[in-house]
Ligand binder design. Structure first.
Ligand SMILES: O=P(O)(O)OC[C@H]1O[C@H](O[C@H]2O[C@H](CO)[C@@H](O)[C@H](O)[C@H]2O)[C@H](O)[C@@H](O)[C@@H]1O
Ligand SMILES: O=c1ccn([C@@H]2O[C@H](COP(=O)(O)OP(=O)(O)O)[C@@H](O)[C@H]2O)c(=O)[nH]1
Length: 653
């Protein structure tokens, strides 16, 4: 399939409307279609970007890195504090120390419009946070309904459109509209605070996949990175989404698109190829898609943990005292641990079934092994979540009753981070059995907590991880026991292996993982992404940009500074002045419209060719990838026309 990335250049050249620089900070409303505009002034073509270490970074994510509690009268305002454990804060460790940073996002509390300005000022001055106020009804449709019930399952390879019980249901366009509206509100806020000439904008995750289009539309040279924290499914799944092209085009409006794994990037590239006809190439170690003259870099870059933060968690007195409590409680027992959000995709029930099979197959382990499962509160609502919660509880109860002891300890609810650190520290093995997950940092946190575990203080460090092959971190954990979570026997055997393997092997596996986790930490991830974003945008100021397309199909055509629109006057005067001319003509898309069903040249084409060939000053060739037989048949009546068929493999002079 031919690349369609430049097919609209002709339409572009047809138009001649012009308007002034839309890269200004507070642009007034721009027309929905920008047909042709010289976006860059010649002055700006010459000005290089400012120093990267002082460049401002704008971090955009659904939620601001804040902890929020409702107002306590007489105060009218909620109380806010920075959440030091949120990814948006942890990633700052990888950005240049002096670079100013602004965070853009929502917070999970409704505030009446008359308080919004006051809150915005407070958040900006105290936390460098810029709130986006999405009306509650829109937010609920955007987040709970579209993101969590449609996009999230789809990105995790589940088909929400077909699982309603009563058969496939139509795509809910009102929910899609809410998603687009929320993304537009984010765009308004980002554009209000961004200086597109200098700032680097980094958008996070699937909630904001449409955002790059709205930003690019209003600011064609904005420097835009997007990182998808969730998986990207195969094209067979992705293409069930009616707004699939819009979302792909939106991601292509970023300069850099990051994924956790090679598979997710591969799926994205194949969607671009199958749905948009775009090819990709490997350029200096990066994957790149040429999209209307812009190069979109695709990067595979799994995130990591903040090792220092986990170290201080392990050293805290709260963790230490919880560790000694747990050591006493589980004295003489082997603790297997799972920590997951309560979610359909986490495979908690499958883990319990594997634990049951383990105790069935290895009676000697009864009373000796306990599986502690912490289930964080669900992040979405719905009957499926309720079902999974009920099923989890009833499985645990049944299995415990069957073996006559608390083989499964289910802690269903919020557990403080330092307490979780203690559970990680005492667990002999950590089990992550999701049927699908973007990366999943649990095995990394476990490895770090075991490294400084007060329970292993003077002993050699050891840990074992059982990990589903369907989660992003699986390829990076070379010492883990990989399982297919659907195969209960396989998981049970992996648990048995984890318990019974020699101590020296547990140490070896731990060392391998700790080495990886401590070198590929969150700072490494953020630094690499940030540097790649700068690299991806370094030629922005050299390019001339034109915006084309409606709404979410908007894209920017970028051309080098020497690229000029061909002028008919220029060509005809040159034609008249020249006494010897070589004319090379492409066939498809030039003599024949791309969309034409009949591929045979029209009488008009034949007549134009014959009059060109009749001039003795002209040598005329058709150059095409098409076969020699069809070309010579079609142009049989043009006996002075040269044909270069099959990309030049056959030539008729
Ligand atoms: O539930 P949401 O509010 O929609 O947020 C989605 C999830 O975001 C975080 O997980 C994602 O990022 C992690 C780090 O890159 C990655 O390991 C995980 O696979 C992604 O899903 C957050 O940790 C989850 O609790 C959220 O559900
Ligand atoms: O991307 C991340 C997310 C979390 N953490 C650290 O891991 C610990 C526990 O993480 P989280 O906030 O997810 O808390 P939990 O859900 O485990 O209570 C905290 O100290 C975080 O600073 C991290 O290093 N990288």
């Amino acid at each position: 399939m031919p690349s369609r990335s430049c097919s609209n250049l002709l339409d572009l050249a047809e138009s001649s409307s012009d308007y002034t620089d839309p890269t200004r900070l507070h642009s007034p409303r721009l027309p929905r279609v920008m047909t042709l505009s010289n976006v860059l002034s010649d002055d700006s073509l010459e000005s290089p970007p400012s120093s990267p270490s002082l460049t401002r970074r704008i971090i955009v994510s659904h939620r601001l890195p804040l902890r929020v509690s409702p107002p306590v009268p007489p105060s009218r305002l909620p109380s806010f504090s920075l959440d030091p454990d949120s990814i948006s804060i942890l990633l700052l460790s990888g950005l240049p120390e002096k670079a100013p940073v602004l965070h853009v996002g929502t917070f999970p509390l409704f505030v009446s419009p008359d308080l919004q300005e006051e809150i915005a000022e407070l958040l900006l001055s105290r936390f460098n946070c810029v709130p986006v106020f999405v009306p509650p009804e829109t937010h609920s449709l955007f987040y709970h309904s579209f993101c969590k019930r449609h996009l999230w399952p789809l990105l995790h390879s589940q088909l929400p459109l077909a699982v309603s019980g009563s058969g496939p249901t139509p795509f809910p366009t009102n929910l899609w509209r809410a998603y687009v509206s929320a993304n537009k509100l984010f765009a308004d806020k980002v554009l209000e605070i961004t200086n597109p000439e200098d700032d680097l904008v980094w958008i996070h995750d699937y909630h904001l996949m449409a955002l790059p289009t709205f930003l690019r539309r209003r600011s064609p040279r904005i420097k835009l990175g997007f990182f998808l924290h969730s998986p990207f499914p195969s094209s067979e799944i992705f293409k069930t989404l009616p707004s699939r092209e819009d979302l792909l085009r939106a991601l292509l409006n970023a300069d850099l698109v990051g994924f956790h794994t090679f598979d997710y990037a591969r799926h994205f590239l194949s969607c671009c190829s199958r749905l948009l006809g775009l090819d990709y190439a490997s350029k200096r170690g990066h994957l790149a898609i040429e999209y209307y003259g812009r190069t979109v870099t695709v990067k595979i870059l799994p995130t990591g943990i903040h090792v220092g933060r986990l170290h201080s968690n392990a050293e805290s007195s709260e963790t230490k005292s919880k560790v000694s409590e747990l050591v006493d409680r589980y004295y003489g027992k082997i603790v297997l641990l799972g920590i997951d959000d309560m979610d359909v995709l986490k495979g908690i029930g499958l883990k319990f079934l594997a634990m049951e099979r383990l105790l069935e197959d290895h009676p000697s382990l009864r009373d000796k092994v306990v599986f502690v499962q912490i289930a964080n509160p669900a992040r979405s609502q719905g009957t499926d979540i309720q079902h999974v919660q009920d099923q989890t509880h009833s499985l645990a109860t049944r299995i415990n009753a069957r073996f006559g002891y608390e083989a499964i300890v289910l802690i269903d609810g919020p557990v403080p981070t330092l307490e979780k650190a203690a559970y990680y520290a005492v667990a002999e093995c950590c089990v992550v059995n999701c049927i699908r997950d973007g990366l999943n940092l649990v095995p990394y946190k476990y490895t770090a907590c075991r490294q400084w575990s007060p329970a292993l203080e003077s002993k050699p460090k050891k840990s074992v991880i059982v990990v589903s092959e369907f989660i992003g971190c699986s390829p990076s954990l070379s010492g883990a026991i990989r399982v297919n979570p659907w195969n209960v026997d396989d998981v049970a055997e992996a648990l048995n292996l984890a318990i019974t393997m020699p101590e020296s092997e547990k140490q070896l596996r731990h060392d391998k993982h700790y080495k990886y986790v401590s070198s590929h930490d969150i700072a490494y991830w953020a630094r690499s992404f940030d540097q790649d974003l700068q690299r991806a945008c370094k030629d922005h100021y050299l390019k001339r940009c034109w915006g084309i397309g409606f709404g979410l199909s908007f894209k920017v055509v970028a051309l080098g500074p020497n690229f000029r629109k061909l002028s008919v006057e220029h060509i005809s005067s040159a034609y008249r002045r020249t006494s010897s001319r070589l004319i090379l003509l492409d066939y498809d898309g030039t003599m024949m419209p791309q969309t034409s069903i009949s591929k045979t040249p029209s009488d008009e084409v034949i007549s134009v060719l014959n009059s060109l060939c009749a001039d003795p000053k002209n040598v005329v060739f058709v150059v095409s990838g098409r076969g020699k037989d069809s070309l010579s048949k079609w142009f049989a009546s043009c006996d002075k026309l040269g044909i270069s068929a099959e990309h030049g493999y056959f030539t008729r002079e």
